[in-house]
Design a protein around this ligand. Structure first.
Ligand code: ADP
Length: 396
């Protein structure tokens, strides 16, 4: 790498991990480093870095009870890497940006605003603010850019944003925001690259990982998405319940004296696939035991059923469908789950080519299929780095 070529650091803080990547910003972004610290606050925390083949290689065990401490270790290590000398800016994934519709440079004013809106996303924002501040302490002169997961969905029309509760709450910002926006923005850029016409048409994006959601996109703009005011809404996920009957809160309060905080914990950490199966939040584990474990089989069936229902409802919201995209851990790697989701959707023109699906090919529908069904490997860190490079006009 030439020392004049500026680099961008992308930081993606998850619930118990920090993923990072460094890109050289000379025209097209080229990744020169990628890794993660995982199991933060759980014991067995470790820093791993991808080898040239892209496989994670454990580097060192560290002791980090929280994300700030983990970032300190990460920066100690990164600063010893030759690429770090060329880093000109850092971008962070920020899950909630309320009304922000674009990535923004972190200023004292933006930081103060993020702190003020923390009640909208107490699960993610404090951690993300902590990472930004820890970075600022160490590198006060390096620009930092906040890349919001909610930004992609700011184009949703009011009918998709409104929550049907008394109007005074919407004036306070209680509305549907939607998440996974960095992944969706990346998927749309990739779709635009491989099939520019499709990217301007009617598209359903299915980001199916531990966190899972779908988005309906028309003319390149999000018109609806399954997550809502918080990322707990929508589809059943690994440990999140997805949509529930609101009456359940009062029922559990009356019969089990369940507090709102306990309820919040249950629907985010003990529900979903884990709650139904009673054994694992991991869809691959559940698929491997479903033949002998009826509860695992039900969890897998419910997941596929719900994704299928959402595809049907978004085809209706879009008034038709030309492209369906599967992405993230489940969407990119599980032919079985994709097949079970798409079974019975032939009436919408959704069909899979068995062989293409079995090898996770980029196009998994037959050539003559009415809906083109694609698998796209999503990359939130690259989207963060692109956003930073564009905002600061780094590279070409
Ligand atoms: P996160 O939301 O944490 O980034 P990922 O996108 O890594 O999650 O997705 C994790 C999920 O993907 C897990 O449920 C895992 O079991 C599932 N997964 C990964 N590979 C496969 C596979 N080959 N078959 C089925 N599920 C898979």
């Amino acid at each position: 790498m030439s020392s004049e070529t500026p680099c961008v650091l992308a930081i993606n803080g998850g619930s118990s991990s920090i993923r990072f990547a460094v890109y050289e910003a000379g025209g097209v972004l080229l990744r020169c480093l990628r890794g993660k610290i995982d199991r933060i606050g759980m014991g067995g925390t470790q820093l791993s870095v991808d080898d040239p083949a892209g496989l994670p290689r454990a580097l060192r065990r560290i002791s980090a009870a929280d994300h700030r401490t983990a970032l300190k270790f990460l920066l100690d290590w990164l600063e010893s890497q030759p690429a770090f000398g060329s880093v000109r800016a850092a971008g962070h994934r920020v899950v909630h940006g309320m009304r922000h519709s674009k990535p923004e440079r972190v200023t004292p004013r933006l930081l103060a605003e993020l702190k003020r809106i923390t009640p909208y996303d107490p699960e993610h924002l404090p951690r993300e603010i902590g990472l930004i501040e820890a970075f600022l302490d160490r590198h006060p002169k390096l620009p930092q850019i906040a890349c919001f997961d909610t930004a992609f969905h700011r184009t949703m029309p009011p009918v998709a944003r409104l929550l049907p509760i008394p109007r005074r709450y919407s004036a306070k910002g209680v509305e549907r925001y939607g998440f996974h926006g960095l992944s969706y923005a990346y998927l749309m850029e990739e779709l635009g690259r491989v099939d520019p016409r499709a990217a301007k048409g009617r598209v359903i994006l299915a980001h199916l990982g531990n966190g899972a959601s779908l988005a309906a996109v028309r003319g390149g703009k999000s018109i609806d998405t399954s997550m809502g005011f918080t990322p707990t809404a929508g589809l059943v996920m690994s440990t999140r319940s997805g949509d529930l009957d609101p009456g359940l809160i009062y029922y559990l309060e009356r019969t089990e004296h369940m507090t709102p905080s306990r309820f919040q914990w249950m629907v985010n950490h003990e529900s979903g696939l884990l709650g139904i199966s009673g054994t694992s939040p991991d869809l691959r584990d559940l698929c491997s035991i479903e033949a002998s474990d009826p509860r695992a089989a039900q969890a897998v069936e419910l997941f596929c059923y719900q994704v299928r229902k959402w595809i049907g409802s978004y085809a209706a919201a879009l008034g038709g469908l030309e492209t369906l995209v599967f992405a993230a851990g489940i969407g990119e790697n599980s032919p079985l789950i994709r097949r079970r989701i798409c079974d019975g959707l032939g009436f919408l023109g959704i069909e899979l080519d068995r062989r293409r699906n079995a090898r996770n090919a980029p196009l998994i529908s037959p050539d003559a299929g009415r809906v083109r069904v694609r698998v796209i490997h999503t990359d939130e860190e690259l989207m963060i780095a692109r956003s930073v490079a564009r905002l600061l006009r780094l590279g070409g």
